[in-house]
Design a protein around this ligand. Structure first.
Ligand code: TMP
Length: 211
């Protein structure tokens, strides 16, 4: 779909380990699509502003200690509580770019030792992304970018496990982008992928669901 032509919006999901450039790249893609006059919104998960999101935020800042299963379900609930809005936006022709989605949900919990299929089940039925951009940066390289932050999962051992889980989850239609290249080169590659995904939505009018 170009310009103002009808059709649904695309769900474009960015995944990857911490410090792989997802936030920078989602923002750049958003700015670029806005400048092109596209109907687009920038989302992120966890969405920390909701009731569930506040509990997740507290957990990540190590304020509360929940069993791994419980925090996993909260991350999923955080997607479900925003899913009606997400679906209606897509149906109204708005493209949604999101910084993380259900793949992070599964990768982080499976990295802690939870069963992969158990981890996938609460997200069954969420909107299926039209494009998954995997920002590929090995955690050893990510660590050299000035270290990880203060939050719960931001350490090399956890990130290595998460990276390994992402490799297991990776599907043939994922767009794996080398995140060690320059910000601008990476953006150009992603822009092409995003425009392709948006165009395909006219020929794929039905929104499908995970997994
Ligand atoms: P953020 O740094 O992108 O805000 O994400 C916060 C952390 O939460 C990050 O380490 C990834 C983790 N996470 C999960 O464990 N499960 C999820 O479902 C999501 C979306 C993120």
């Amino acid at each position: 779909a170009t310009g103002s032509s009808p059709g649904r919006g695309a769900l474009i999901v960015f995944e990857g380990c911490d410090r792989s450039g997802k936030t920078t790249q989602t923002q750049k893609l958003f700015d670029c699509l806005v400048a092109m006059g596209r109907k687009v919104e920038l989302w992120r998960f966890p969405e920390r502003t909701t009731g569930v999101g506040k509990m997740i935020d507290e957990y990540l800042k190590s304020g509360n200690n929940l069993p791994d299963e419980a925090i996993h379900l909260l991350f999923s609930a955080n997607r479900w509580e925003t899913a009606p809005l997400l679906k209606s936006k897509l149906a109204a022709g708005v493209t949604i770019i999101t910084d993380r989605y259900a793949y992070s949900g599964v990768a982080f919990s499976a990295a802690k030792g939870l069963d992969l299929n158990w981890c996938k089940s609460p997200d069954i039925g969420l909107p299926l992304p039209d494009c998954v951009v995997f920002c590929d940066l090995h955690p050893e390289k990510a660590a050299k970018r000035g270290g990880f932050g203060e939050e719960r999962y931001e350490n090399i051992d956890m990130q290595l496990k998460v990276y390994h889980q992402f490799q297991k989850l990776r599907q043939s239609d994922w767009k794996v982008v080398d995140a060690s290249q320059s910000v601008d080169d990476m953006h150009e590659e992603i822009k092409t992928l995003a425009l392709e995904a948006m165009d395909h939505c006219t020929s794929k009018p039905q929104q499908r669901s995970l997994w």
